[in-house]
Structures are given as C-alpha cells and as structure tokens.
Design a protein around this ligand. Structure first.
Ligand code: ZN
Length: 153
C-alpha cells in the first residue's frame, strides 16, 4: 500500500521528468533506433541507442517524442536507468518494469525494484495508463531486437 505522501512524491517525480526530460535529444550517431506508438493515448517516441558491440553495453541512450506526462516521464527515467548497463541488464529491467505495471505475480519483492521504477507502480490500477508507462521500454526492446517500430495495439 502506498501512503498518500509517497503517492504525492511519485506524482511530483513524474511531473518533474515530464517538464525536464533527461537525455531528450537526437544523437549524431546511433547503432539502434526504433519508433514507438501508443495509439490509445497518442504517445509517440523515438528511442536511440549506442551499443558497444564488444562489451554489449549501452553507452548512450536518448529519446524524443510527444505524449502524455506518464509516457514522457517514463521514457526519461528509462534512459537514466539503462545508460551504462549491459543489454542483458536493460532487458531484465524491462521485464521487471513490465511485470510491475501489469500487476503480474512474481518473486520480485517491492524493495528489489529500483525506486525510480516504483514511481509507476500505481498504473497497474489504471489499465489505460499501462501502455503509456511501458511504451518507452517496449520501444527500447524493439530497438535492441533490431525492429524499426512498435505499436502497443
Ligand atoms: Zn499516454
């Protein structure tokens, strides 16, 4: 259960990232990129990655796009989470985030989930918002799989 104080802090973080998204730019070069679209809400994101082949590390990640506060804040937070991580770590964060926002029962306890991701735990009770929150992560995953675009529909 979230206390209302925690809930407010989470909402503030979402608003703050929406207002000042991190890593919001088109890079000069990238090794992977994908377009994500959530037609239900109208969110559109382009995610760019630079993956170092040898170490399989995400050396750079950025995004641009237009959408609701949740989709933009989630993209901003996603970039701060996966930058410098290995592709494998990024994929396991995606899985953790996806399971949490869709309310899937897992062995992962709440305190094992990074606090920046827990900000979005509340969307599992708002089915229409789940796609907003997960769009950036689906787009990241598509880019890593070499797909050019994904739609949440
Ligand atoms: Zn949205």
């Amino acid at each position: 259960m979230l206390t209302s104080r925690t809930k407010n802090l989470y909402q503030e973080l979402i608003l703050e990232h929406n207002k000042k998204p991190r890593n919001y730019r088109v890079p000069e070069t990238s090794s992977h990129q994908a377009k994500g679209h959530n037609p239900l809400c109208g969110d559109k994101l382009d995610v760019y990655l630079s993956v170092d082949e040898e170490s399989s590390t995400i050396s750079d990640v950025s995004f641009i796009g237009d959408g609701c506060a949740i989709s933009k804040a989630s993209a901003s937070i996603m970039t701060t989470m996966v930058k410098g991580k290995s592709v494998e770590e990024a994929q396991s964060l995606f899985k953790m985030f996806h399971d949490m926002t869709t309310g899937k029962e897992t062995d992962v306890t709440e305190d094992q989930i990074p606090s920046r991701l827990r900000v979005f735990a509340g969307v599992k009770d708002l089915p229409a918002r789940v796609k907003c929150a997960t769009l950036a992560w689906h787009t990241l995953d598509a880019a890593l799989q070499g797909e050019e675009k994904i739609s949440t529909e």
